[in-house]
Design a protein around this ligand. Structure first.
Ligand SMILES: Cc1cc2nc3c(=O)[nH]c(=O)nc-3n(C[C@H](O)[C@H](O)[C@H](O)COP(=O)(O)OP(=O)(O)OC[C@H]3O[C@@H](n4cnc5c(N)ncnc54)[C@H](O)[C@@H]3O)c2cc1C
Length: 369
């Protein structure tokens, strides 16, 4: 699609089969243009050997290159969830992996203390961590990647994979004059309609409402995109339903380490001037005496005064990550720490200690209120 003609109620597009341009009229229009990967304009970024995995084709191209060229050393640029997942994939293929990030920690959506066990797991797996190092470019010799250049030095590699995040892909909407919000994502009402009647938007290209901060927020996650798509579809089809908002839940893993977060993290609470208490506990994901009881760390945040739960993070072994859903549900319901503590959660030794680790964290947080 090349252009949206909103007054004329049509879209102009170029045919994929090369048969030129055409227009299509619409009664309703849904914009679901997703997000675009961030590619800093540094020297060599378009060189052979520098890959992105934001599309299926990008993944297929990388996989084929790994099979044909048998590279030995790879640099992952960016320590977010895509970077971690690609690091794991490359290690499993037997490559030497260096991970570069300009932040002092990996997983910037976690508090620094919760990101520490993730960094420890990376180091233990043999990853060379280059934190607080900013990408400056790629050294290409004869068009082939020879090294990644950072502000701290030169890393000789055969391949580099970008995981530097994404931004809303909203050029079409912007050009058509549709109202934009946070980071130029498309503003929608709770029925997923833009500020233009009959023009809807959903997924990575739209702004959401954060139910904890009660502010506009932007996320690019399939979990959210699917729900928004359903709501837009029901409304376009003549029904009436709403998408209330998000609480910022995300899960991932690196090898045996499961990583999860929801709600607001320390940095966000401080930016919003929310006075909080926080507690972090270390426990086991099963009863301690039960075989395979892996470690789990749970950190919770509550608003001082009201006791309202405002965030949580979990890092640990098998059985850790999806416990974040208890905290996410509590955030949706606006529960206090005391409400959370009294939840009737299931217990049997193969699944949790008698006090679930989330409830142990709630108990410790309550003591601080
Ligand atoms: C490697 C990777 C791993 C991920 N893992 C997870 C995960 O574990 N959990 C999770 O929740 N999310 C995950 N995500 C995010 C998830 O994939 C996205 O949030 C989701 O795909 C967004 O859906 P969408 O329909 O909004 O956009 P997309 O799926 O990006 O679809 C947008 C489509 O619009 C098309 N388009 C754009 N502009 C135009 C135009 N002008 N004309 C015509 N077509 C256009 C694009 O080609 C694309 O096909 C991951 C993403 C990546 C890249």
């Amino acid at each position: 699609v090349l252009e949206l003609d909103l007054p004329g109620r049509s879209v102009r597009f170029r045919r994929a089969d090369g048969a030129g341009e055409a227009s299509e009229a619409f009664d309703h229009l849904l914009i679901a243009t997703g997000a675009a990967p961030i590619r800093p304009p540094v020297p060599g970024i378009d060189g052979s050997g520098v890959y992105a995995v934001n599309t299926l084709q990008g993944g297929i191209d990388l996989s084929q290159r790994l099979d044909s060229d048998k590279p030995r050393r790879v640099a992952i640029i960016g320590g977010g969830y895509i970077g971690l997942e690609m690091t794991e994939a490359m290690l499993l293929r037997g490559l030497d992996v260096s991970l570069v990030d300009m932040l002092p920690q990996v997983m910037g959506t976690l508090d620094p203390d919760m990101a520490e066990p993730v960094a420890a797991a990376l180091k233990q797996a043999g990853v060379e961590l280059h934190l607080e190092e900013k990408l400056e470019g790629f050294d290409l010799s004869d068009g082939k990647l020879a090294a990644v250049i950072t502000d701290k030095g030169r890393l000789p590699v055969d391949l580099a994979i970008l995981g530097l995040g994404v931004r809303p892909n909203t050029a079409l909407a912007k050009h058509a004059g549709i109202a934009l919000g946070v980071r130029e994502s498309i503003k929608v009402d709770d029925r997923m309609q833009t500020d233009v009647e009959g023009v809807w938007a959903a997924g990575d290209c739209v702004e959401s409402r954060h139910l904890v901060s009660r502010r506009p927020f932007w996320v690019a996650l399939g979990s959210v995109a699917n729900k928004q798509g359903r709501v837009a579809g029901v409304n376009i089809g003549g029904g009436n339903t709403v998408f209330p908002g998000i609480v910022g839940t995300a899960v991932t893993k690196f090898m045996d380490t499961e990583i999860a977060r929801t709600g607001l993290q320390e940095r966000e609470l401080e930016d919003l001037n929310i006075d909080y208490v926080t507690a972090r506990i270390n426990s086991r994901a099963r009863s301690g005496y039960y075989p395979g009881a892996s470690p789990i760390a749970v950190k919770l945040y509550a608003e001082r005064g009201s006791g309202r739960l405002v965030g949580g993070q979990i890092v640990g072994g098998a059985g850790s990550a999806k416990r974040i859903d208890i905290i996410a549900t509590a955030l949706h319901a606006g529960l206090t720490i005391e409400d959370l503590l009294n939840l009737d959660l299931g217990y049997a030794p193969p699944y949790s200690p008698v006090w679930d680790p989330v409830l142990i964290a709630a108990r410790q947080t309550l003591k601080l209120l």
